[in-house]
Structures are given as structure tokens and as C-alpha cells.
Design a protein. Sequence first.
Length: 148
Amino acid sequence: MLSLGYETVIGFNNVKTDTGVAFHVGRWSAYSSAGTVIPYQFDRVNNGGHMNVATGIFTAPVTGLYHFCFTAVSLASADTAIHLRLDGNTTIGSGWAASKILNMPIFVTMKLQKGTTVDTFLKIGSIQDSDNYPIHFSGILLEEDLVF
């Protein structure tokens, strides 16, 4: 921490938590349980541990501006639809593919309140992972709201 008179700088890029908040999770195998939240199998980054890899649910630790990215490739020969959701019910982004081997990226930047959850929901179809067709979900706190 750096003290500047009456002010204390405790973060970077307008993030005041000690470690920042960021995650990057993924799957090594295909997923086809339509109507469920996509669970993940590994994390590359999980600063603060706010992303539950096993359940696929991120919980915002502070109120602020967040950015999320999801990417997967459809495996089904019919429609595949993914939803990025708030608190398990409000869709804030979606990806759709009408045939096999189509990429379905989702990018969302929005303000979240502390305790809000974000998940990826496979509505229909199936998605895959391989060296060429990854399944990844990531998020980062861009700017934290300070409460005095």
C-alpha cells in the first residue's frame, strides 16, 4: 500500500481488493446435459476463489464493473444454445449454433452487485472441447465501486 497524504492507494486499475478478481476456467471433455449449468474441470486462474469450478457458478465478491467471456464449439448436428445468466434466471448474453462445429462466443461487460451470481447454461444441444475447439469461461473485475 502507498500512502499519499489523506489517501491510500491499495489496488490497481480501479480495483481495490488485494489480489484483484479474475478467473479462467475450462473443460477438457464435451458437455451435453441440456437444461443445466455447465460445470468446469480446471482453472488456470481463480484469484480470490470466487468461481466455483465444480458448479460453474461465479459469485461477485464486490459491487463493480465486470467483463465475462465464454467460448465453445457446437457438437450437435442440430441447434445448440448457451446462455450467460445472472442469479440463475436472467439471460445477459447468449450464443447459438444451427449446426456442428460452429463457434459460439459470448462477451458481456456489466455492473454487478456484491453477491450476484453468473453462470453458463446449456439450454439445448451439446458443446465440445479439443485442441482446436476449446470450452473456456473467464471473468474479471474491471472497476470496483467503493463504499465509504
